[in-house]
Design a protein around this ligand. Structure first.
Ligand SMILES: Nc1nc2c(ncn2[C@@H]2O[C@H](COP(=O)(O)OP(=O)(O)OP(=O)(O)O)[C@@H](O)[C@H]2O)c(=O)[nH]1
Ligand SMILES: [Mg+2]
Length: 470
């Protein structure tokens, strides 16, 4: 296999972000890692690096000929006790771009090769340090920017998800072998596989697969942020609300109707969950081409959003309650699945006693009304906590397995398809040989998730999305 032949050589890369910093880490991995490091490093202690024990750190100088490049710390990890499972040396050097490049160039001259994206983790996978879904979680962990996405990645990296899949796969494999054994004794008409037990296992697998597949909706949202569209007529204060939520002057605010023409998006972390707020162009009939395009985009964004904040000015609502009710009914009918929040803005312009009148307006089912003043900030915190309540964080709190990776999701769907076919086979008393084929297919899709079944193309795709040095 391509990947296995590639693994012979020693790779090098910068493991810390590119650019100047206090320190930078350069990582070497492969059978020559220690020899290459020894050839370019003079320890202050005078001892050679290749004579040092694993998991030790040494102060010394990187030299090219007689020229000192930098004073560094060298850390040695001998195989198999390293991230990649190979011999690894890490140089912690001063974080100048120049020094980083000099040291990497020196490693290349001594026989290392530049690592490809994700190649260190790929090697960890090939050397059995982690399975495929754990390796993928490493990339997610590096990319995670909220408490929720971080928790999901950590959970997956520690193997929660793959151990569940692996266990089911083993049980299924067991039955597959028994059923295939029956084929060898076809003439004797014997049954090695207990059909009742088999039925129980298939029922259990179906349940687990369905639960994991359902969890993807939550997982995907938690990983990528929940899209929230802010919509309403011009001048109701949509951009002012976006700014109030983000606590910065992100969007232009003016009393001219039709100020926002394009959509403006920004992310905000509320209680560990990322929300992506989308300020849109105010909806109205317009002859202005650009504004018209903006309004078209507003409808698209509303379509993509999970939550819609429908803004209306308090005075406008009190002026014509019926028109407001019709308007909100219209939105609810168009998007029955979306969480709809009616945000009554500019309550600073009405009297306090009128607020109860605002709250009394008849709303469609499962619609929430929140009075705010985007200008003074009143009610904005309540709006945030309401949004957080919508998120079903139950699964997250319970530490249930949540699928976040679309590759896993696809494999789970395919596995379920095959399991449904196996179930039909049981129901229709299908012959063992035909049943065995469906079981093998299901096993294949299970194996795809954990990496027990792989091919070069699949691995190439996964690891190409990593950053270099990981
Ligand atoms: N009194 C009061 N004025 C507000 C409030 N929120 C917004 N405004 C004012 O209303 C006007 C319109 O605000 P924007 O945020 O630009 O409204 P918009 O909905 O984004 O408008 P378009 O982008 O044109 O669709 C500005 O003059 C704001 O200062 C509020 O809570 N109270
Ligand atoms: Mg605006």
């Amino acid at each position: 296999m391509y990947f296995c032949t590639m693994i012979q050589d020693t790779i090098v890369a910068l493991a810390t972000p590119a650019g100047a910093g206090a320190i930078a880490v350069i990582r070497l991995s492969g059978s020559d890692a220690i020899a290459i490091a020894t050839a370019m490093f003079n320890a202050v202690s005078g001892k050679k690096l290749n004579h040092q024990a694993t998991h030790t750190v040494h102060l010394g100088h990187i030299k090219e000929g007689t020229r000192v490049v930098d004073e560094v710390l060298a850390t040695i990890f001998k195989n198999p006790k390293s991230y990649t499972g190979e011999d690894v040396v890490e140089f912690s050097c001063h974080g100048s771009n120049y020094i980083q490049q000099e040291i990497i160039q020196l490693c290349l001259k001594k026989g290392a090769r530049m690592a490809n994206p994700g190649e260190f983790t790929l090697r960890a996978f090939i050397n059995g340090k982690m399975d495929l879904s754990q390796a993928e979680a490493v990339a997610d962990l590096i990319a995670s920017d909220s408490q929720a996405s971080h928790q999901l990645a950590i959970q997956q990296m520690r193997g929660g998800f793959s151990s569940e899949i692996k266990k089911l796969r083993e049980e299924l494999l067991n039955f597959a072998s028994l059923i295939e054994l029956e084929l060898d004794f076809a003439e004797e008409d014997v049954a090695f596989a207990n059909r009742d037990e088999f039925q129980k296992l298939i029922t259990r697998i179906t349940q687990v697969l369905k639960r994991l597949i359902d969890s993807f909706a939550t997982g995907n949202v938690l990983k990528n942020g929940i899209p929230v569209a802010i919509v309403g007529e011009p001048n109701v204060g949509k951009s002012t609300l976006l700014n109030a939520l983000l606590n910065e002057e992100r969007a232009i605010v003016s009393d001219i109707a039709g100020t926002t023409r394009d959509t403006i998006e920004d992310e905000l972390n509320i209680g560990g969950i990322a929300f992506r707020f989308i300020d849109t162009a105010g909806i109205r009939d317009t002859s202005d081409t650009i504004e018209g395009l903006g309004i078209k985009k507003t409808f698209e964004k509303m379509e993509q959003a999970q939550v819609v904040l429908f803004l209306i000015a308090a005075t406008q609502l009190l002026q014509d309650k019926t028109a407001t009710q019709i308007e909100i009914e219209k939105i609810k009918n168009k998007h029955p699945q979306k969480t709809l929040v009616m945000v009554v803005n500019k309550i600073d312009q009405i009297q306090t006693k009128q607020i109860s009148e605002v709250k009394n307006i008849h709303l469609p089912q499962k619609t929430v009304l929140i009075p705010i003043s985007a200008k003074t900030g009143e009610g904005v915190e309540t709006l945030k906590t309401t949004l957080l309540d919508f998120v079903n964080t139950g699964a997250l709190r319970n530490n249930d397995t949540i699928v976040t990776n679309s590759r896993h999701y696809d494999a789970l769907l395919k596995a379920l398809e095959e399991i449904v076919r196996v179930q039909e086979g049981i129901d229709n008393n299908l012959s063992s040989d035909l049943m065995a084929i469906d079981i093998r297919q299901a096993l294949y899709h299970f194996g795809e998730i954990t990496g027990q079944v792989t091919n070069d193309e699949l691995l190439g795709n996964i690891f190409a999305n990593f950053c270099i040095g990981k």
